[in-house]
Design a protein around this ligand. Sequence first.
Ligand code: HPA
Ligand code: ZN
Length: 337
Amino acid sequence: MKSFIAGLPKAELHLHIEGTFEPELMFKLAERNGITLPYESVEALHKAYDFSNLQDFLDIYYQGMNVLRTEQDFHDLTWAYLQRVSEQAVSHVEIFFDPQGHVERDISFETALNGIYSALQQGQKQFGISFGIIMCFLRHLDEDDAFKTLEMALPHKDKIIGVGLDSSETGNPPSKFERVFAKAHAEGFHVVAHAGEEGPPEYIIEALDLLKVERVDHGNTCLKDAELVKRLVAEKMPLTVCPLSNTKLCVVDDMKNHPLPEMLKAGLQVMINSDDPAYFGGYLNENYEAISGLLNDDKELLAELAKNSFQSAFISDEGKAAGIQKINDYVTQFNAG
Ligand code: HPA
Ligand code: ZN
């Protein structure tokens, strides 16, 4: 099954580039920038990656981001991610970045964006990986701050395809950002939001009704509301599920209880993503491997998940069809042995 997953063509739709910051690279960039990390070694940092909820993780995630100072740092971070996924049959990525996490440290919006963008361009050239950049608003900050961030993005519509919403979910409902999402929508950005990771099904409903999202990031808690599930199925609303993230952040107590099989059975448009792979113990292949047993290693179901990743991407209909065709050809070839 490992070899089937390894070669299966896939797209990644839920990935925070700051969450790909591997401890080895963090130490290297800290040294380059003259920063002392509050950890003695790569191993000590790894040991700190023991979270009991989303906030536990976010505290360490924002601390890690402090090391990113120059355009070259953002480039190197993104390049390291692309090198990894280029070995995982990933041919399209839509990646999040958190501009407010940098601007509040006096790192300019452009420093972050340009570093990420130049690496993605290089990845497209060298590995043939197509891409989109989605900037997320930090939901623990207020809507005014999100508006300011949206203003910063307006001159960069050629580089940014969408806006999202991330950070601490509980107590920060989508309704807090209704106006700024309306503006982002009017400006032509795609819109997505994290909802239903720790928050209740009502937050998913708000993301749909008030933010008019085109995808729901995570969305796990929809299963608590049968009417909502029916609606998500009817609207073919993509849910970007992240298995290793869910167990690391205790959204799911054990991988054997992960709701993905139930979500697939319900007819939800789900696919697999890695969220913050450096912190959660695996990139896309490892996330597929983590869930494969729950699906009885059914190659058709794994292929369906990968097809959903292309189907739900912000790419042309031709691009989606090409991704799906690549998967069909791969499965045929694999089965022919
Ligand atoms: N949830 C919310 N905010 C985040 C996450 C996440 O999984 N990763 C990075 N920021
Ligand atoms: Zn996320």
